[in-house]
Design a protein. Sequence first.
Length: 309
Amino acid sequence: MSECIESEIAANEHGIATCHERMKNGELRFRLRKLDGTAYIRTESTEGGWQESHYHKEVLETYIVQNGWIVYAELRDDRIILSKYADDQIFTTSPGIIHNVYLSPGATIHTVKHGKCSHPDRNTDDLTKIFDEKIRGTSIEELIEIRVREPILDVKIQKYNEEYRHFDNLIWQLPNWSTATFALSVAGISYIYQSENPLGLSKILYLSKELMAATLLVLTSSILLVYSHALFRFRFHQSRLKAYRQTSWWMSASTWLNILITAEAAFLVLLTLGILRVNILIAAIVLSPLLIGIIITREHKIRFRLDDK
């Protein structure tokens, strides 16, 4: 038979204690927590209102909406982002992100504190106080008008984990393939110009070294362009699965990887034209706007999709 563990024994021997409070905003909080910072909290709202803004260095907070609706506010890239969740929806905070939660009147939520932590990890500072002032300026009418996010339970979570990681893996593999292709083209050009009869094709096909080099560069630059477009498509599909706003383009590693691969392809195209005795300066002037246009169009499509979510 199971044995009941008294609260005193749980606290003294296992470091687990309960703490129940009525907060200043009228909320009822029923806590079960351990000394390492992990905890479970049931929060019941009465009149409705914001909690206190804070952040965690290591702890993750997973919120589950039992009934009613809540608004989750967070500060990312100096922007306040508001998301609304209703019955049976769930989400998890990120370490280092200032956040707060508004509970509608009568709402009930479950909060689980978990992750790699060794002590209670709830931090406030001057910035969290400023964040508090900003979000409290949002009227109840504005909060009510926020659209509820699509459920992210069950199939959604599995889809995010599997598909997102699949695309993320492909995104970070493509730069390796493109670098190898670029290096192969350089080595190939060097071989063609150093060999008297490259692969025995010069005499058989009556091809000049210039034409053979140009053919190789056209082939490898085409492959790089395919890689560049594939990377864009991977990022585009991955953006549909992201549960957070993307970083600015100048801080995004995947954006710069896409630009790098596209630039490698453009460089090989210019090299091809140079071998064929086309004025490289004029070619660069013509290709630069096209290259910039492609980059801007791709980033707009990815980020417009994210902002439209």
